[in-house]
Every structure is written in C-alpha cells, then in structure tokens.
Design a protein around this ligand. Structure first.
Ligand code: FAD
Length: 385
C-alpha cells in the first residue's frame, strides 16, 4: 500500500468513527462541561490513540503524519481532539527516554487502553511560560522523591491514570544553566490523589477538563523518573516538535470544518433576495480563509515528513503550528461573520468551535513564543529572554 492510499484509508476510517459522534454529542457535553468519555474510549479501542506506539509494544507503529491525520479528522468532524491528543505526544517522552523496563511495563497497557497517560504537568501559576523558573520541587529522600508545589491548567488529570510531571530536582541557584536541574516523573494518579496531591477543576471558556493541582509532600518512587535526573528540560524540548505538528493538524481540521460550514450557510441563506455568498463581501473572506488553511496544511505536511524521516524539523513544526492556528482562527471569525446572529446560537456549533480553536493562539504554546523561537533560533536575531 502506498502512503497516499494509507492516508486515504485512514481518513475514511476515522471519519466513519467520528460520524457516530455528531455535533449534538459534542454540544451537549460542552453545555454540561462533561468529558467525552465514550468518544475517547471508542477512539482508544479502535487503536487510533496508539498510532505512534511501536508494533512490538502493542501500538500500530505509524508516523506523525498518520497520527496527525487522525486528530485532524476528529476536529474536522466537529469534535475536539483536545480530549485525548496529549497521550500521543506525552507518550513520546516515555518511548524515547524511558528505561526498557518502563517502556515494556507501561506502553502496551497505554496502547490497549488499560492505562491512560494524558496529563502533562508543566505550567505553574507564578512563572507561566518561563518554564525553567518553575517552583515545584521534587526532593530525593532515599528511594522516593517528595514533591511540593503547584501547577495550573493541567488538563485531563481526572480522566487519566498517569501524569507526566516536570519538577525541579536541583534548586535554580545550584545549577550552572537554568535549563539544568529539572526532572520528569511519572505520577500514578490513582495513588497520588488524596495522598499528597489535590486536584481542583477550573471552569474555563471551553470544555477542557482542566484543573489546578497542589502537591503537599507527594511521594513518587525514584523508579518512576523518566531518563536521567536533571535532564528533564531536554526531554521536554524533544517532545515539542511532535506536539506542534499534531496541534497544527487539529487546527487544519478546525479550519476545514469552518470553511465547509461557512460555504454551506453562505449558499443557503437568502437575504435581499439572493444567497449571501453571492456577495463578494461574504464570499472573498471565506475564499481567503480557505487559501490560508490549505497553505498552512502544506507546512504541516512538510514538518511531518521531516519528523518521520528523522530530520531536524523545529522550524517547520513551529511555523506549521503558527500558520495553522492563525488560519483556523481566521476561518472561525469569518464563519461567525457569515452566520450573522445565528453564529451565536449554540445549536449551530460555530460558537463552540470558535471558542475551542481560539485556544491554539495561547496553548500549548502562545503565538509570541513561536515568533521568538523563529526570530532567535531560525533567523539568528538577538535573544530577548
Ligand atoms: C485550556 C488550557 C489547557 C491547558 N492545558 C495545559 C496542560 O495540560 N499542561 C500544562 O502544563 N499547561 C497547560 N496549559 C497552559 C498553557 O500551556 C499556558 O497557558 C501557556 O503556555 C501560556 O502560559 P501562561 O498562561 O502562564 O501565560 P504567560 O506566560 O503569563 O504569558 C501571558 C502572555 O504574555 C506573552 N509573553 C510572555 N512572555 C513574553 C515575551 N518574553 N515576549 C512576548 N510575549 C510574551 C505570552 O505569549 C502570553 O500571550 C493550558 C492552558 C489552557 C488555557
């Protein structure tokens, strides 16, 4: 089978699965702020969330190109991959830096759905994007780390068995470079919650199961550390290109959903005796948004090709994420405008998708931080931080 055939078959199969979860499913969950458990279970059982796990560890051994197609199709169907996307990119840290024992213990269970690894604890309330300044400390005491601190915006904790936690194991004042002294720990959430870890939901603009998390002498066995102590920042960076490509694909999926809805509405809605889409004031912004979504998709495909070939792809992955997030946001705005007042009505799903796609201007990485990466690391201009 050629790559093109594989991708076409994959799209068709994911579309079929998503068609069982119509707009009304996502709309009702959004209104009640309920986690899409049935959807995530179905996607897991069909093996899609294990796309990047190697065959010998129970996954399907596919590349980032295929994984990104799966998430794109979920968003294109009107759903939201954010309910489960993190598993795809967090798992890479375990796959690349975990010990053979950790890989063999966890990955087959993650692939089968027995365990969910979809919580990622990085962001802190007082330090935000400046990750190396994080204050959560994991102090080694014999065969355990004792963790104290606080995280914010940690999503899906309540629907995950494991969390990848990034904490300082060496105080900032004792390291030569600020990127040293951070470590990655795998937290068994079923044991941790109520035993040193407290989780509080944050009501947010979108249905994202996001929380704030407090650590008060949480004990994590040393054997749950991924990779070497103090090298966590490097492992973190290592996973970012995959994350950028996957999020770019979700944005492309959102963008295509918006354009399709906008075209349909613009062709059907008659005002002043003609379809509104006959007016170029309505037609051209939709056409322009389409052009931008398709252009962003090319960068996403390029980044995925480089990633899968094992080539450096930091610039392309970041550019893909920026272009796709901007394109989906443009498409969202254009669709809201095309729908007029009805864009605000929940029953058309435009306002829900509008809120959902807005996130990608800010998280998992904000637009400004991507621009600073491009300015400093790709174009070689002076560092600003
Ligand atoms: C719904 C949701 C889910 C999330 N899920 C997770 C999760 O599961 N795990 C996790 O760890 N985090 C998560 N996050 C956190 C997210 O990654 C951060 O919100 C994001 O990285 C921005 O950090 P901040 O909110 O602290 O903003 P800040 O760092 O306070 O920045 C605020 C604004 O200032 C800009 N800014 C800051 N410094 C500079 C600079 N030097 N130059 C130019 N602009 C600058 C930023 O770009 C941003 O626009 C989530 C956030 C949200 C909203």
């Amino acid at each position: 089978m050629t790559k093109t055939e594989l991708h076409t078959d994959l799209r068709t199969a994911v579309r079929e699965l998503c068609s069982r979860f119509p707009d009304s499913y996502w709309r009702e969950l959004d209104a009640k702020e309920v986690y899409p458990e049935e959807f995530v279970k179905t996607l897991t059982e069909a093996g899609y969330l294990a796309a990047l796990i190697p065959n010998e560890l129970g996954g399907s051994g596919l590349g980032i190109a295929e994984a990104s197609i799966i998430l794109e199709e979920v968003n294109r169907s009107g759903g939201n991959s954010a309910a489960c996307h993190a598993q795809m990119y967090i798992m890479g840290t375990l796959l690349r830096h975990g010990s053979e024992e950790q890989r063999r213990h966890y990955l087959p269970k993650i692939a089968s759905g027995e365990l969910r690894l979809q919580a990622f604890g990085v962001t802190e309330p007082t330090t935000g994007t400046d990750t190396t300044q994080m204050k959560t400390m994991a102090v080694r005491k014999g065969d355990r780390y004792v963790v104290n601190g606080q995280k914010v915006w940690i999503s899906r904790v309540d629907y995950s068995d494991l969390m990848l936690l990034v904490a300082r194991t060496t105080p900032l004042e004792d390291v030569k470079k600020k990127t040293e002294g951070l470590s990655v720990l795998l937290v068994d959430l079923k044991k941790a919650v109520g035993n040193g870890m407290t989780v509080r939901p944050i009501r947010a603009m979108i249905n994202h199961a996001t929380t704030e998390v407090f650590f008060d002498n949480l004990e994590v066995p040393v054997e749950n550390r991924i990779g070497e102590e103090g090298k966590g920042f490097r492992y973190l960076l290592d996973g970012l290109n995959a994350e950028r490509v996957l999020i770019a694909a979700e944005c492309v999926g959102d963008g295509r959903w918006f354009i399709e809805r906008a075209c349909r509405y613009a062709s059907d809605r008659v005002v002043f005796g003609r379809p509104i889409g006959q007016n170029q004031g309505i037609q051209f912004p939709i056409a322009r948004a389409h052009v931008n979504v398709e252009a962003a998709d090319l960068m996403r495909i390029r980044a995925a090709e480089l990633f899968d070939a094992g080539q450096p792809c930091g610039a392309e992955a970041n550019m893909a994420k920026l272009l796709a997030a901007d394109a989906s946001w443009e498409a969202a705005n254009v669709t809201m405008q095309t729908y007029g007042g009805f864009g605000f009505a929940e029953e058309y799903d435009v306002e829900r998708k509008f809120r959902e796609t807005r996130l990608y201007q800010t998280a998992p990485i904000s637009t400004n931080l991507i621009l600073s990466f491009i300015g400093q690391h790709v174009l070689g201009m002076p560092r600003s931080f």
